[in-house]
Design a protein around this ligand. Structure first.
Ligand code: SF4
Length: 377
């Protein structure tokens, strides 16, 4: 499978400022060193309780937040520095690549490292930096076209003062994916694709229901011709009866346009329905990552197991053993040492509070960060 986006050691910390001088007094460690790949054409579900960092991860990948550190590779390009001021971008490139090329064995380079090393060898340090920093505006625009977002709240994500035609076509016209002369045809086409009558493009958002607004949000994303759509709790605000319609629409569009989704949700039943693979996050870290069927049939991380035990089952005769976790999710300002889940884990042992478990591939494609995977029955 082809990797579309590769997230490497992504970290996003937010400062907490206080006092007259607004000094930084602490850091919220929202996302703390996570790595994963998103494959072309798949739906990758990102699930966890609120505050686990899933939305921050999505926003940082889209570069609505700048990462604190780590890399976001899209296709065969490192896009991490695209939205930085020029001097910071140059610093990033020097620290990430030039340093590596000058000190490490080129034989060990793979992926973008290898590609950029060839460039560096051919052009020299200054030539390499110039090549990487040139045409940054075009690179940004290309990035914005590739990645789109569908927001959680269909009521506030559409500008109430603009007509649907403008809302849907603004971005694509700006980025050149559609021509001004084509706007009416293209908007009509996009709206009809999401099940809204083309003639409604002259209406305002308040004239539509929540489900219809979410469809308009999807049409807006579609017109950019994206490869990846990050859906952040895209169906959470919708009525249950509307929810499945929007999910099915998204699945149909995925097939038709070969779209890739990063589907962020706190709702395991929605994740189970839509995803091909699932990542479970806890307090800024990946707890478990696996293909959907494997994760739902045989979760190995105690936290995943507890989450699963809370999914309602349709048959009341069948009583599942519910695993109730003690306490609340600790603060991401001061996360527990060792395994971040240890204060709430029913099978924690001494080592858990001392040593952080690394994310390891236990079975093909099934990654778990736990010292005692599978012990919680
Ligand atoms: Fe529980 Fe220890 Fe595994 Fe953490 S490492 S989930 S505390 S058993």
């Amino acid at each position: 499978k082809k990797v579309l986006v590769s997230v490497k050691n992504l970290v996003k910390h937010f400062p907490i400022r206080a006092g007259v001088f607004k000094r930084v007094v602490a850091w919220v460690r929202a996302v703390d060193d996570i790595s994963f790949d998103i494959y072309e054409g798949e739906t990758l579900g990102l699930v966890g309780e609120s505050g686990c960092g899933k939305t921050t991860a999505g926003m940082t990948i889209l570069r609505l937040y700048e990462p604190t550190s780590g890399r976001i590779i899209v296709g065969e390009e490192d896009t991490t520095y695209y939205f930085l001021p020029r001097y910071k971008a140059a610093k990033y490139l020097k620290n990430t690549y030039v340093k590596k090329f000058e000190t490490e064995d080129p034989e060990t380079f793979t992926g973008v490292d290898k590609k950029y090393y060839e460039m560096y060898k051919k052009l020299g340090k200054d030539g390499f930096l110039k090549e990487m920093l040139d045409n940054i505006k075009e690179k940004r625009s290309e990035f914005r076209k590739t990645m789109q977002i569908v927001f959680q709240d269909p009521y506030s994500s559409l500008n109430p003062r603009l007509r649907v035609k403008t809302i849907v076509s603004e971005g694509p016209v700006l980025h050149g994916t559609i021509k001004k002369s084509n706007v009416i045809d293209k908007v009509k086409e996009a709206l009809e694709e999401v099940g809204i009558h083309g003639g409604h493009m002259y209406r305002f958002p308040h004239e539509f229901s929540g489900g219809q607004r979410q469809r308009i949000g999807i049409a807006r994303a579609l017109l950019m011709n994206p490869k990846l759509i990050v859906a952040d709790e895209a169906v959470a605000a919708l009525d249950v009866s509307i929810r499945s319609q929007v999910i099915n629409l998204m699945l149909d569009l995925q097939k038709k346009h070969n779209l890739t989704y990063l589907f962020i949700s706190h709702d395991l039943s929605v994740i189970k329905y839509i995803s091909d693979r699932v990542i479970v996050m806890y307090l800024g870290k990946i707890a478990e990552m696996a293909p959907k069927n494997i994760l739902f049939e045989e979760p190995l991380h105690p936290y995943t197991k507890a989450l699963m035990s809370a999914i309602p089952v349709p048959n009341p005769e069948y009583k599942k053993k519910r695993i109730i976790l003690q306490g609340d999710v600790p603060s991401p300002v001061n996360p527990p040492k060792g395994c971040r889940f240890h204060p709430r884990c029913p099978v924690a042992k001494e080592i858990c509070s001392k040593q952080e478990p690394q994310l390891k591939e236990l079975n093909p494609g099934h990654y778990v960060a736990c010292h005692f995977p599978g012990t919680l029955k």
